[in-house]
Design a protein. Structure first.
Ligand SMILES: Nc1ncnc2c1ncn2[C@@H]1O[C@H](COP(=O)(O)OP(=O)(O)OP(=O)(O)O)[C@@H](O)[C@H]1O
Length: 484
């Protein structure tokens, strides 16, 4: 490093809090900060570099490692560049750093963001999370912000529906319910295809936060600092969305549809929101005690039923991704080719379509269908799910003794349920459900819908989420552990 320190890739600062000067060196993929303790900050985490030639103050901001904290903190380094003769070098050093940590990572600087903060999501910490943690990170990165604190259910939907589509991304500080609202607002925009190509990204402040877990992984999925970094440095990742039609009405779903036990444990525990995501476990245990069958008629337009093949396809897809890890996430300047006028894709399957459909007639405990491995911290429901394969993963648990359902809790966070022989798991192009009892819960992306007949089909790559990784940040042991 001795040579690098002499080169123009290094600047040296006098910082009030530090006795000795601090040097900052731009390396190929990090910023090396040498003060009392040297550290490499990956360029992905560098948010800002600014030099004021008049005061000769240099300011650098980055997101530090989380360490033992709940979230990765913002760190600002500010100090005087001592040598008067290096002003122009410092200005070009700043530009080099910005080039490396934005354009070098194929992301644009100073994103303009539309941000919805739900004061009532999850444990009601959305406002303080935004003000104390997220907003300072966005400001440090020079983002332009239009912040809307939602005042009622449907507020985000109404705003997005009429949005001028001038934002680099739409951000939700809430749970998965607000994402559902935003996506449906975009789908009801005058130009839905263009609207839905606006990337969406979550700041996890709800209870389940399934999308955040899928984008950031199980260790980082609740780290609101890292979620803010994903907003700044993530790239648009194409994702499939689902059309859910019910009684002639069409809405979009991005994550899951649940009936039976899996809907009851979510919608039946809304009054326990103060518990955070523990409410789902309470709901599950209550559901197992009561053990209500969920009589429905389920029909599927099946694409794949072989669990081993689906797990192998996941491995192949990951390998392909690693070979060319930018292919799935789009560079920022490649997403503008969308028509000026558009309509949602037409529905491919009519409600009475029966050609090539198969029915599943056994009594059930639940039907759970969706995209994205995690639906919550304790449950990797769809471990072989892929963001953009044009298919929906459908999981069905036939009526089983209580001990089998209890046994399925262990290993649920690792996706081991997938391999249980009593759990049916298929990939489908579409499916439909007809309830055979008058009352029950139907949860779409965690939101309550009428317990009535509905049909779901997949639209490949219709939506965009911001992702720093370009694929789900989820590890699934794709070998059958032979747990039954
Ligand atoms: N000011 C508000 N008052 C009441 N409800 C609101 C308000 N703003 C938004 N909402 C609604 O709150 C609902 C719940 O939000 P969300 O689902 O994002 O959080 P959550 O349910 O706690 O998290 P998760 O879905 O991850 O479990 C959404 O349906 C949203 O429309």
């Amino acid at each position: 490093m001795g040579d690098a320190e002499q080169s123009p890739l290094t600047v040296t600062l006098r910082i009030p809090s530090s006795q000795s000067p601090v040097s900052l060196t731009l390396t190929a993929n990090s910023l090396l900060i040498k003060g009392s303790k040297p550290q490499h900050v990956p360029l992905l985490r560098v948010l800002k570099a600014h030099f004021d030639p008049e005061s000769r103050i240099l300011n650098v901001a980055y997101l530090a490692e989380r360490g033992g904290k709940n979230y990765s903190p913002l760190v600002n380094i500010e100090g005087k560049v001592e040598d008067q003769n290096v002003d122009s070098t410092t200005a070009s050093w700043v530009e080099n750093v910005l080039q490396a940590c934005y354009e070098g990572l194929s992301v644009e600087r100073s994103r303009q963001l539309l941000v919805f903060v739900n004061p009532h999501g999850g444990t009601k910490k959305g406002v303080s999370i935004f003000v104390k943690v997220v907003e300072p990170i966005f400001r440090a990165a020079g983002c332009g912000l239009n912040v809307i604190y939602t005042t009622h259910q449907g507020h985000a939907y109404e705003v997005v529906k009429e949005s001028p589509l001038e934002y680099a991304a739409i951000i939700t500080v809430s749970g998965d319910g607000l994402i559902h609202e935003v996506i449906n607002g975009l789908s009801h925009h005058g130009n839905p295809i263009k609207a839905l190509s606006t990337p969406v990204a979550p700041i996890p402040a709800g209870s389940g936060n399934g999308l955040s877990l899928n984008l950031l992984g199980i260790k980082d999925g609740f780290d609101v600092g890292l979620a803010a970094l994903n907003v700044i440095k993530g790239r648009p990742m194409k994702v499939d969305l689902f059309s859910m039609t019910q009684g002639g009405k069409r809405s979009l779903s991005f994550m899951s549809q649940a009936l039976g036990l899996m809907a009851d444990l979510d919608l039946g525990t809304e009054h326990l929101r103060w518990m955070g995501d523990t409410r789902f476990m309470v709901g599950l245990l209550k559901g197992i005690v009561q053990l209500k069958p969920c009589p429905v008629q389920l029909s599927l337009k099946v694409a794949e039923t072989d669990k081993t093949k689906m797990a192998e396809d996941l491995v192949t897809s990951r390998k392909e991704f690693e070979k060319d890890n930018i292919s799935r996430s789009l560079p920022f300047n490649s997403i503008t080719k969308v028509p000026e006028k558009s309509t949602l894709p037409p529905l491919n399957y009519l409600p009475d379509d029966a050609d090539g459909w198969t029915s599943f007639d056994e009594p059930l405990i639940y039907v759970y269908a969706g995209k994205g491995p995690y639906v919550g911290r304790d449950f990797m429901a769809f471990p072989v799910s892929l963001p953009n394969d044009g298919l929906i993963d459908v999981m069905v648990m036939p009526l089983s003794p209580r001990k089998d359902i209890l046994a399925a809790i262990s290993g649920a966070a690792e996706g081991e349920n997938y391999w249980r022989s009593n759990i049916k798991y298929v990939k489908a192009h579409a499916y439909r459900v007809k309830p055979l009892k008058p009352k029950g819960n139907l949860s779409i992306d965690g939101e309550s819908f009428p317990f009535e007949e509905f049909q779901v089909e997949v639209h490949q790559g219709l939506g965009r989420f911001l992702s720093m990784y370009g694929q789900y940040a989820v590890d699934f042991a794709s070998q059958n552990p032979a747990i039954d």
